[in-house]
Ligand binder design. Structure first.
Ligand code: AGP
Length: 610
C-alpha cells in the first residue's frame, strides 16, 4: 500500500504535494518522491529513508532546489517489488524523461511486460513492477495522454491507482484505478488534487469526487473529465467530506485496528497476486533448488506470528507429509536447536524487526539451516538477513494488535505448503486447483463476516465485563483459539487463555463458572463430536459458551448459549476466516471497556528488545 498524489492549478505544486504526502505517510514511508511539470520539462527528486532519517524528511530538504511548477505528482512508498532504495522510489520516468507515473498497487504481469519491453529496447532503471507503466505510456503515446494511459491499462494485470503526466501536456494529469483507492479534490478556481485518500487533500478542500474501479480522470486547470477505461463518459457528483483530519487518516474509522480488519479481503487478494502461474502452479518467486534436500521444517515466530507458525506446521504436515515443528523464537534461540543444512527454518515476523525472531534466524543460520522469512516489511532486517523471503502484501499495519498481517501470513503458509506438497508429488492437480479456487474465494467469505459486525458487537458485549475467558478448539481450531485469546487479552485486558479442547478437563475446568465465558471454535468436521462433548462439560458447570462454527453444526449450536456461523469453508483453510470474528469480538470488547485500542497499555508494535 502506497500513497500517491497529484496537483494541477495556479499555485506552486511542490509544497502542496509534500504536504499531501505527509498526510499519506501511514500508507507507506520507506521512500518518497515528487516530479514536477516544469516549463523546461519534468523535474524529479526522490529518495529512500537513510540512517534513521525518514524518506519524506529527506525529500522536504530537496524540494527547494526544484523549479517553480504548478503541476506535479508525488508518492510515498511501502515497498513490495524492489527494495526501498532511491532508484526504486516513485515517481518513475520513461527513458525519454517525458512521462512520469506514480503507482499504488501490484502489477501482476510485470515480469513478462518487462521482458517484452526490454526486448523492444526499453531500458529499465529500477527493480520495481511499477516502472513498466512509464514505458508503456511512451509506447502507446500518439499525441493524447489519456489515450496513452488507456493503451497502457489494457496491458496491465493486477491492482493499481495510477497518476501519470507528460511534459508534452503542461498542466495535465491523468489517473486511473482498479482495486486501489483514488479520489479527486476540488480546490480553488481551476485547482484539482488527485490522491489515494482523503487526508492528503483535506487541508485544501472538503469537496471530493470518488473514482470507482475501472474509471479514469483527466484533470487540467480547465476542469476534470471522468471516463471508463474505454473512454465512455462517467459523470460524477461532488461529495462533501465532514471528517476531521484525525478521522480522515483512519479513513473515517474510529481505530486503525478496525480499518485493518476491514482491509483483510484486499490484503489477501494482494498477497495472492502474482503467485499463481497461468498453469495453476504456485510460483513463490524462489528457485526450486533452494528447497532441495530439505528434510525438516521449523517455523519460528513470536506472538501472533507464532500462531501463524502453528497453522503453517499443520498444513505442511497434512499436505506435504513433511516433518515440521514450531518454536517460539525466544525459546528456539536458547535450546541448541537441532537444525542443520537440511533444515528449512521459516522465520515469521510482520515487522521483520522482532529481536527474538531475528536472534532465532541468526542462530539457525549459524547452524547451517536455510532460512525463509515471511514478513510484511520489505527491507526489514529479517528480510535482509534471511536467505529467501516471502512478503505478505498487507500494507502498513499500524494497530499494535496484528490482524491483516496474520491472515496474510496464513495465506503464505498455505501457498508454501501447497508448493512443497506439489514438489513432493503429494498434491494432486485437482486438489491444488480446488485449494487455489478456495483461496481466491476467501476475501468474499471474510466480507460476509464483516457484514455481520453488529452481531459480533452484541456477542462482545456479553463478555466485555468478564474478568476472564477461555478459548477452546481442536487441531487447527486450537491454533486459531490461541490467536483469539491473544487478541482479547492484548486490547481488552480481559484475562484469556486458549486450550486444546481436550485439555480442559485436565485442570482448567476447575476455573469454569457461570461467570466464565468459553469461546468454542469448531470448524474441523472430524472433531465436531469431540468438541461438542467438551462444550457439554462446560455447560454441566454452568459455564456460558459462545460457539464459532459452521451453520451445519446444529448440535453444537443447540448446546451453546450463543453462536456465530461462519460461511462455508474447507477445514484446512478455515483458520484464515475463523479468526475474523474473534478479532472483532476482541475489538468491540476493548471499545466497550474504553481502552486505547490501537495502542494498548504496556505494548509496542515492534518488540526490538529481548
Ligand atoms: C500481535 O497482535 C502482537 N502485537 C504481538 O504478539 C506480535 O505478533 C509479536 O510481537 C510479533 O511481532 P512481529 O510479527 O512483528 O515479529
Amino acid at each position: 500500500m502506497c500513497g500517491i498524489i497529484g496537483y494541477t492549478g495556479g499555485r506552486p505544486a511542490a509544497p502542496l504535494l509534500l504536504a499531501g504526502l505527509q498526510k499519506l505517510e501511514y500508507r507507506g514511508y520507506d521512500s518518497a518522491g515528487i516530479a514536477l511539470l516544469a516549463p523546461e520539462g519534468i523535474r524529479l527528486v526522490k529518495n529512500a529513508g537513510h540512517e534513521g532519517v525518514m524518506a519524506l524528511e529527506l525529500l522536504a530538504g530537496k524540494i527547494g532546489a526544484l523549479p517553480e511548477a504548478s503541476a506535479g505528482i508525488g508518492h510515498t512508498r511501502w515497498a513490495t517489488h524492489g527494495r526501498p532504495t532511491d532508484i526504486n522510489a516513485h515517481p518513475h520516468l520513461d527513458a525519454s524523461g517525458e512521462f512520469a507515473i506514480a503507482h499504488n498497487g501490484i502489477i501482476e504481469n510485470y515480469v513478462s511486460l518487462r521482458a517484452r519491453l526490454r526486448a523492444e529496447g526499453y531500458v529499465f532503471r529500477s527493480e520495481t513492477d511499477s516502472e513498466v507503466v512509464a514505458h508503456l505510456l511512451a509506447l502507446h503515446y500518439s499525441g493524447d495522454l489519456a489515450e496513452a494511459l488507456r493503451g497502457a491499462l489494457a496491458e496491465i494485470e493486477g491492482s493499481f491507482a495510477l497518476i501519470v503526466m507528460s511534459s508534452r501536456h503542461p498542466g495535465q494529469l491523468a489517473a486511473a484505478r482498479r482495486n486501489a483507492p483514488l479520489i479527486v479534490g476540488v480546490g480553488a478556481e481551476g485547482e484539482f488534487f488527485i490522491a489515494s485518500d482523503i487526508p492528503a487533500v483535506l487541508k485544501e478542500t472538503r469537496d471530493i469526487y470518488v473514482l470507482e474501479d475501472g474509471e479514469m480522470v483527466v484533470a487540467t486547470r480547465g476542469g476534470v473529465c471522468f471516463t471508463d477505461f474505454a473512454g465512455n463518459s462517467r459523470p460524477k457528483t461532488v461529495t462533501r467530506v465532514t471528517w476531521d483530519a484525525a478521522a480522515a487518516e483512519k479513513a473515517g474509522y474510529d481505530h486503525f485496528m478496525l480499518k485493518e480488519i476491514d482491509e483483510q479481503p484486499q490484503a489477501l487478494r494482494d498477497t495472492l497476486s502474482g503467485r499463481v502461474a497461468k498453469s495453476g502452479a504456485i510460483d513463490l518467486g524462489i528457485a526450486a533448488d533452494f528447497f532441495a534436500d530439505v528434510d525438516r521444517v521449523a517455523f519460528v515466530g513470536c506472538g501472533t506470528a507464532y500462531h501463524a507458525c502453528l497453522i503453517g506446521r499443520e498444513l505442511l504436515e497434512q499436505w506435504a507429509r513433511f516433518p515440521a515443528e514450531t518454536a517460539i523464537a525466544s525459546e528456539f534461540r536458547y535450546r541448541q536447536p537441532l537444525v542443520d543444512e537440511r533444515t528449512l527454518v521459516v522465520a515469521v515476523s510482520q515487522s521483520g524487526e522482532t529481536a527474538d525472531t531475528l536472534a532465532a534466524l541468526r542462530e539457525a543460520k549459524k547452524e547451517g539451516a536455510r532460512v525463509l522469512a515471511v514478513t510484511n516489511v520489505v527491507g526489514s532486517t529479517v528480510a535482509r538477513e534471511a536467505d529467501e523471503v516471502l512478503f505478505t502484501w498487507a500494507g502498513p499495519e499500524i494497530a499494535v494488535a496484528s490482524t491483516k498481517a496474520y491472515t496474510t501470513q496464513l495465506e503464505i503458509m498455505a501457498l508454501l505448503s501447497m508448493f512443497l506438497a506439489a514438489r513432493a508429488g503429494r498434491l494432486a492437480t485437482e486438489r491444488s486447483a480446488a485449494l487455489l479456487k478456495e483461496l481466491r474465494s476467501l476475501p468474499a467469505k471474510i466480507e460476509d463476516i464483516l457484514a455481520r459486525k453488529e452481531q459480533l458487537r452484541g456477542l462482545a458485549a456479553g463478555l466485555s465485563d468478564s474478568s476472564s475467558a477461555f478459548f477452546i478448539g481442536r487441531g487447527l481450531d486450537w491454533a486459531v483459539a490461541l490467536e483469539g485469546a491473544l487478541k482479547l487479552k492484548e486490547i481488552s485486558y480481559i484475562h484469556a487463555e486458549a486450550y486444546a479442547a481436550g485439555e480442559l478437563k485436565h485442570g482448567t475446568l476447575a476455573l469454569v463458572t457461570k461467570e466464565t465465558p468459553v469461546i468454542a471454535v469448531a470448524t474441523q468436521r472430524a472433531l465436531y463430536e469431540k468438541t461438542l462433548s467438551n462444550v457439554e462439560e462446560v455447560k454441566a458447570r454452568e459455564g456460558r459458551v459462545l460457539a464459532v462454527t459452521r451453520a451445519e453444526n446444529k448440535e453444537l449450536a443447540a448446546a451453546a448459549d450463543e453462536v456465530f456461523f461462519l460461511p462455508p469453508v474447507s477445514d484446512d483453510l478455515a483458520p484464515i476466516i475463523t479468526v475474523v470474528p474473534l478479532q472483532l469480538i476482541a475489538y468491540y470488547a476493548a471499545v466497550r471497556r474504553g481502552n486505547h485500542v490501537d495502542k494498548p497499555r504496556n505494548l509496542a508494535k515492534t518488540v526490538t528488545t529481548e
